[in-house]
Design a protein around this ligand. Structure first.
Ligand SMILES: NC(=O)c1ccc[n+]([C@@H]2O[C@H](COP(=O)([O-])OP(=O)(O)OC[C@H]3O[C@@H](n4cnc5c(N)ncnc54)[C@H](OP(=O)(O)O)[C@@H]3O)[C@@H](O)[C@H]2O)c1
Length: 243
């Protein structure tokens, strides 16, 4: 991993994604700021560039086939390829989502971005990643997606509010991560899931207890793994997260 490395971070206009972009940019990497809204994207690019990051905007709505196809073209034709993909864009899907009072539209919205969006972007970017010398894929998941933690008894490692949308969408994202790791075993592509911890962002009305910079640290670590680093794992700052 060296200067000249090209990364794409989805949902990089704010929150944890912005800080992952800033952290990778500080390494001297070129960073594509994936964002669906033009104004928010350009504001983030301008802020990153003012901080010395070689940032460029990538119009990207992870729920839209045409948008993702255009992003691949932009990376291939204007950036010269892709080495590292950080699938960070995520939504809660909205409320309510407690079992017994859930709205299925909420479930669909969470799965559409957090799972199908990741698969759509990963499938589209794989041909570019395969041409890289050291490709990495990072899926920003959540400890609330851990089945072990969801099913732990109170007082153990039980986590997150009751949810049939956001938490299960991250459980599925974890399974998707394992499936890609199995398919990519024997290649130089490392793919892992990361949990940023409970971070103060728009996603939770800024109730999180970690800063976005702290939340970004695991994403940056998994994006910069050495060639002999892990694949098919789930990690937070403190180490391995149980599936
Ligand atoms: N915050 C936490 O405590 C926490 C904990 C565990 C995991 N995570 C995960 O960390 C990741 C980042 O979350 P965050 O806390 O930084 O949330 P955030 O501040 O709400 O940022 C989410 C980002 O995703 C983007 N996004 C949403 N839908 C999109 C779409 N269809 N296409 C492209 N981009 C889209 C948003 O763009 P717009 O500005 O256009 O909406 C925004 O840039 C998510 O995957 C989240 O699930 C967060």
């Amino acid at each position: 991993m060296s200067e000249g490395t090209i990364a794409l971070v989805t949902g990089a206009n704010k929150g944890i994604g912005y800080e992952i972009a800033a952290g990778l940019g500080a390494l001297g990497w070129r960073v594509g700021v994936g964002a669906r809204d033009g104004q928010r994207r350009e504001a983030a690019v301008a802020k990153l560039r003012a901080a010395g990051v070689d940032a460029f905007g990538v119009p990207l709505d992870v729920t839209d086939d045409a948008s993702v196809t255009a992003a691949v073209r932009l990376l291939a034709e204007q950036a010269g390829g892709l080495d590292v993909l950080v699938n960070n864009a995520g939504v809660t899907g909205g409320m309510p989502q407690q079992p017994g009072g859930a709205d299925v539209a909420t479930v669909r919205a969470a799965v559409e971005v957090n799972v199908i969006g990741v698969i759509r972007v990963t499938e589209a970017m794989l041909p570019l990643l395969r041409r890289s010398a050291a490709p990495r894929i990072v899926n920003m998941s959540s400890g609330v997606g851990s089945l072990a933690r969801q099913s732990a008894s109170v007082g153990e490692e039980q986590t997150g509010p009751l949810s049939v949308a956001y938490a299960p969408s991250k459980s599925m994202l974890n399974a998707v991560t394992i499936q890609y790791a199995r398919a990519l075993a024997g290649t130089n592509i490392l793919i892992n899931a990361g949990c940023p911890g409970f971070t103060a962002t728009d996603l939770n009305g800024f109730r999180g207890v970690r800063t976005p910079q702290q939340g970004a640290a695991i994403g940056i670590r998994l994006a910069t793994l050495p060639d002999d680093g892990p694949t098919g794992g789930f990690f937070e700052d403190a180490g391995v997260v149980p599936w």
